[in-house]
Every structure is written in C-alpha cells, then in structure tokens.
Design a protein around this ligand. Sequence first.
Ligand code: MTE
Length: 321
Amino acid sequence: MIIKTHNQIPKIPSSEITDPLIFKERRKIIKTMLAMTVAGMVSPYTKAESAKSKGATVAKSKFSNASLTPTSAELVKNYTNYYEFAFDKEGSTQLAQTLRTDPWSVEISGEVEKPGAYHLETILRQQTLQERIYRFRCVEAWSMVVPWVGFSLADLLKIVKPLSTAKFVKFTTLYQPETMLNQRSTAMLTWPYVEGLRIDEAMHPLTMLAVGMYGDVLPKQNGAPLRLVVPWKYGFKSIKAIVKIELLKKPPLTTWNQSAPHEYGFYANVNPAISHPRWSQNTERQLGSGFFTPRRQTELFNGYGEQVAALYRDMDLQHFF
Ligand code: MTE
C-alpha cells in the first residue's frame, strides 16, 4: 500500500452531493434503532454522544475492549483509506462525500438456503446494534481504537443459512464510477474492491458489520452505509460500502492479494513477526498519540489471540500470511 500520486482534488459540484434530506432519513432510522437498543450501562463516550443526540445509546457488547480509550473521532473521520476515491487520506475523506448510499441493498448469494437482495433497513431490523470498541491496525503500521456500532456478521449469515458447502465468504464494494472516480482506471487496482474470509472467520463472533461509529451513523469516508470490521486482521480486510456477500466453495480472489500477492496475503492476520517486504510490522504508530509517545509493540492477532488463535492452530503462519 502507500501509493504515492499527485492527486488533484476536484471541487465537488453541490449537485453531486447526496440530498441532505435523504441522508437525514437514513440517519433517523439508524438513530431510532440505536435508541431502541438502550442497555443499562453505556460507556462514558456513548453517554457524551447520546446527550448530544437526544438519548440514542447502544447496547454494550461483551466483545468490546471497554478499557481502551478511543482515538479522537475527528482523526478517524479525516485519516481514511478509500482508494476508489483517492490515494491519499485527505482526498478520500473529501471525495467520499459524493457517494450515494440511498437506497441500499445487499445481494446475498451462492451456497445459502435463502439467497436474495436484502434492503439494508430489513437487515437492520433483524439485528440488535451494539457498540464494540476494537483495536484497528492498518498494514501501513499505524493503529487506532474505534468504537464501532454494528452486529456480528454471523447473526446475518445465520438468517440466510449457509449450506454445508459454503467454505468462504466473498464481499464486494459498490461499483459507482460516476462518484468513485478511481474506478475509471484499473492501472493501480482492479474494481470493484473485493475481500474474503474463510467461513469460520466469518462466523467468529468478533467479526462484525458496522453501520456506525462513535455513537452515530457511519460517515461515508469510513465505509457507509455498511462495512466489515475484522479486528485481528490488517485493515484492508475491513471492506467498505458492501453491496454483495457471496458464500463460496472456493477462496475468492481479493483485491490486494491479487495486486501484490507477496505483499498482501489472503489471511492478513496481524503478526509482528512477519514483516511486509518493504517495512517491519513489529511496532505501530498510534494515531493521535503525541510526538514523543513511543511506538506500540504490535501484538499477534492484534491482541485478539485468546479468541482467534484456535482458528489457525494447524497452520504455518509464515506461509499463510
Ligand atoms: N474498502 C474499500 N472499498 N476501499 C478501500 O480502499 N481500504 C481498506 C479498508 N477498506 C478500503 C476499504 C484499508 S487499506 C483500510 S486500512 C481500511 O479500510 C481503512 O478504514 P478507515 O478509512 O475507516 O480507517
């Protein structure tokens, strides 16, 4: 990753920015759902946010790292990787505002009992939204802590019922070259962006689909309206703006793995012992920490080893990186 280009950021005509009324409507639906899932205890963070948003709170999850302090929301919203829009963090944040996210449905197909095109609202009505504070580690060796709002991917998959022949899950991002301008060229990457998991990874309770963060609706630049979050893997696995979920017999070809297989493995489990060919993965720069704050020692599986190491018990992690 770390692609250097001199990106000219065009000025966005106001006609291309999503109608604020439509966005408000989605926001209202998700906010109402957040309010419906009120739990007794909420994190101090959520309390502060909910005061601002007239009482919307989220159920606390046992999968949350409640002791971690989230990175500042401003930083997470402004330092984004979204290559469909731009190859630099600020450019992608700005240009992602042109994305049209309404209406939104997700096509679920392949080795499932109940394939279909599901409206996002239908999916959400069947779920209880939770707040989960997770560590997030990018392959570029920076990290942050994000309070996501969403639900376990397993809880969606259980509804569509994977067949016993489903061994892998493929995720695909929206293809919208009118607004995702980099999709007009395949010089750098092939589009749409694709990611994949093994079925047991997809069914693991830590694997979530996020629709929000910091107690609010997911910003467009962070993957609205629906993104994957797999906290023990490098960030590029956490695919944004998902429109398709396919259950497959064979592993899918994934965007980064296809573009540079010796640099980006299919598994992409966070591992300090396996260097990227161009840099070490032993330590990480914590976004938002002071200039003199020492780099953090990277943990195997990003610190989630207790929960996920068993998934890789018999595997050579050097080979399946
Ligand atoms: N999903 C899509 N569709 N396009 C992308 O460019 N970037 C990935 C991942 N998901 C990306 C994506 C990478 S490299 C990272 S590190 C994370 O999103 C960044 O998530 P954030 O911008 O919300 O921090």
